[in-house]
Design a binder for this molecule. Structure first.
Ligand SMILES: NC(=O)c1ccc[n+]([C@@H]2O[C@H](COP(=O)([O-])OP(=O)(O)OC[C@H]3O[C@@H](n4cnc5c(N)ncnc54)[C@H](O)[C@@H]3O)[C@@H](O)[C@H]2O)c1
Length: 266
């Protein structure tokens, strides 16, 4: 899909990867709805886009609230005439202490934002995309969605869920002209990676701060380019794209692919 003249929604568009995607899609010609629970961050992304001559609007959304997701889609239709692209990107890490010591409310929040909301936003946006004759959905998973990520087991579980969901939704292309793919970045230089160590103290905090500062990282713009690739390339459907600093992006095949998958007949 050529994003020029199209309408995109970016959840978590007020910071990091979402902001970079919002700006990249705008430069590629799309009008962008920036959806975020952080009003200041979201409005700043809109300001950045408008300062470059693009079209954008902010809508306050908590992605864990069904009614907010419905309002987000109606807002896009009322403001820009429809929805063609969804970057399902808002996300959080669980933070310390690590599961199973994390209090239940913390890991439930991780699951709500990182998995439930991704599923819910797709259910809410698909009817709007059907009205446009198709669309593109790009979910933000993580490398933690294709490997065992010990620092945050529940985040890891949620991101595996996002990868599985993406691969299982390939039928939407034939059924509704909607392609669903996901990106699986390694460490990206955004506020999220520093938030996890805020609860640490003393030497442990110093150690992790230095470690994170010095490790090779992707930039949010690298991830935004991968999102744009998924939007532009109509052949990509049900794919997970791995991104690591210093390496070319590559598609990650499922660990097992049945030669004759009976579910394809359903
Ligand atoms: N930074 C990394 O190393 C990294 C690596 C792989 C995947 N990711 C994923 O990338 C996505 C974006 O993260 P980021 O690194 O840009 O972090 P970030 O903290 O910079 O941005 C996340 C955004 O999501 C918003 N958000 C959080 N909860 C929300 C809610 N309930 N409703 C609406 N918006 C909400 C925040 O306000 C923020 O603007 C997340 O899904 C994250 O899991 C990040």
């Amino acid at each position: 899909m050529d994003p020029k003249g199209k309408v995109a929604i970016v959840t978590g568009g007020g910071s990091g990867i979402g902001r970079a995607t919002a700006c990249t899609l705008s430069r590629a010609g799309a009008a962008v709805v920036v959806a975020d629970v952080d009003e200041d961050g979201g409005r700043e992304t809109v300001r950045l886009i408008e300062s470059e001559g693009g079209r954008a609007a902010f809508v306050p959304v908590d992605v864990t609230r069904w009614e907010d997701l419905e309002r987000m889609v109606s807002f896009a239709e009322e403001t820009f005439g429809g929805v063609d692209i969804l970057h399902n990107n808002a996300g959080v890490a669980t933070g310390r202490p690590r599961f199973p010591d994390a209090p239940r409310e913390r890991w439930e929040r991780t699951l709500d934002i990182d998995l439930w909301a991704v599923i819910a936003a797709i259910q809410v946006v698909v009817p709007a995309m059907r009205r446009r004759g198709g669309g593109v959905i790009v979910n933000t998973a993580s490398l933690a969605g294709v490997m065992g990520y010990q620092p945050d087991p529940v985040y890891c579980a949620a991101k595996h869920g996002v990868v599985g969901l993406t691969r299982a939704l390939v039928f939407l292309k034939d059924e509704a002209g909607i392609r669903v793919n996901c990106i699986c970045p390694g460490v990206v230089d955004t506020p999220l990676i520093y938030r996890g160590i805020q609860s640490l103290e003393g030497q442990e905090r110093d150690y992790w701060e230095t470690y994170i500062r010095n490790m090779p990282k992707l930039q949010p713009e690298d991830v935004a380019e991968a999102v744009l690739t998924f939007v532009r390339d109509d052949s990509l459907n049900g794919e997970a794209m791995g991104l690591l600093p210093g390496s070319a992006p590559r598609l990650i095949p499922p660990a097992i692919k049945l030669e004759r998958d009976p579910s394809q007949r359903l």
